[in-house]
Design a protein around this ligand. Structure first.
Ligand code: UDP
Ligand code: MG
Length: 311
């Protein structure tokens, strides 16, 4: 039977790109081996994006639109699109044509080799120096904090199958770091090198401040390292303060006749700060546990069942 491909596309103020995007997708998929639907999740646009999509829907029943009631951010918009997608395969793309629709066919053949998720990886970056330096730093920091080994430089375009999509939707956390969830799901993953273009039109919706917030959210969603940092710094302070007491005592007794009073004061403060941080870290660890429990993530992600029926 012919497979259904759902293109899941978050859009936010993309009136300059949207028609070109739709037309390029049509051209690419007209002779494809799959049938397709195009699901736009409008993330509270305040330009004419929604109007343009509605006009297209009049003449093309393969296009669907879900409108979020206000700007939620692209993770939530993508999740909305995935929720309403019916496809056997789901392809996540942005409408700004940075990742070109000509690559769709290669994504389909790659996933048909038997993968659950295929990440697009950019051959080269068509971004300015600052943007690409920022993006490198972003992924590096993320790697350090989360311990994830995400393929790089990661493109937006990626394809996954129905099973993977269902698992993705079973992650109920509201602070959604998409790539983190994808890696947590695991299963059979592959990468595909693709071309990268500058944005077709319009400007990036993620300015520096917003990107920083994205990085912070990703780290908070995926890592408890910041909480553990307090404990580590605390331990270091306690140990070094004790060493300082020892050193100063020896110095005073045998070598230098310095003024008494200030060393004991400093050491007491030093030690006190250390103990404080240490216990703050302990409290942090419990907060971390509460946080991770409250995400209600699935406990495991299975690869295969043999002779067991899925209920
Ligand atoms: N987007 C969204 N909600 C937002 C911001 C952006 O759905 O609040 C969409 C936007 O329409 C685009 C995609 O997310 O399709 C990525 O945004 P953009 O291209 O501006 O970011 P960049 O590629 O520069 O990181
Ligand atoms: Mg973009």
């Amino acid at each position: 039977m012919e497979k259904l491909l759902s293109l899941v596309v978050p859009v936010y103020n993309e009136e300059e790109c949207i028609l070109e995007f739709i037309s390029q997708v049509r051209t690419e998929l007209v002779n494809s081996s799959v049938t397709y639907e195009l699901i736009f999740a409008d993330d509270g646009s305040n330009d004419n994006t929604v109007g343009l999509i509605r006009d297209e829907i009049e003449n093309d029943s393969r296009i669907r639109l879900v409108e979020l009631s206000y700007n939620h951010g692209k993770q939530a918009a993508l999740t909305a699109a995935v929720t309403y997608a019916k496809g056997d395969y789901l392809l996540y793309m942005d409408p700004d044509l940075q990742d070109p629709p000509e690559e769709i066919a290669r994504f389909i053949s790659k996933i048909e080799e038997g993968y659950d998720l295929v990440f697009g990886v950019r051959e080269s970056m068509e971004a300015g120096f600052v943007a690409s330096a920022f993006s490198k730093a972003f992924w590096l920091i993320l790697d350090v904090f989360t311990g994830l080994k995400l393929p790089r430089p990661l493109a937006v375009m990626r394809i996954f199958n129905r099973e993977f999509a269902d698992r993705f939707l079973s992650y109920k956390e509201s602070n959604r770091f998409i790539e983190g969830i994808f890696m947590h799901i695991g299963m059979r993953q592959a990468t595909l090198k693709i071309k990268h273009r500058p944005r077709f039109a319009g400007v990036s919706k993620y300015n520096f401040a917003r990107k920083l917030r994205l990085a912070k959210d990703a780290i908070l969603d995926y890592s408890e390292l910041p909480l553990k940092l307090a404990t580590r710094v605390g331990i270091i302070l306690v140990i070094t303060s004790l060493l300082a007491v020892l050193t100063l005592t020896i110095l005073r007794l045998f070598f230098i006749n310095f003024q008494l009073g200030w060393p004991s004061l400093i050491c007491t403060l030093w030690f006190g700060f250390g103990i404080n941080l240490l216990f703050l870290g302990v409290i942090g660890s419990y907060v971390g546990k509460i946080y991770s429990e409250s995400k209600h993530r699935p406990l495991f992600s299975t690869q295969r069942l043999t002779n067991i029926k899925q209920s």
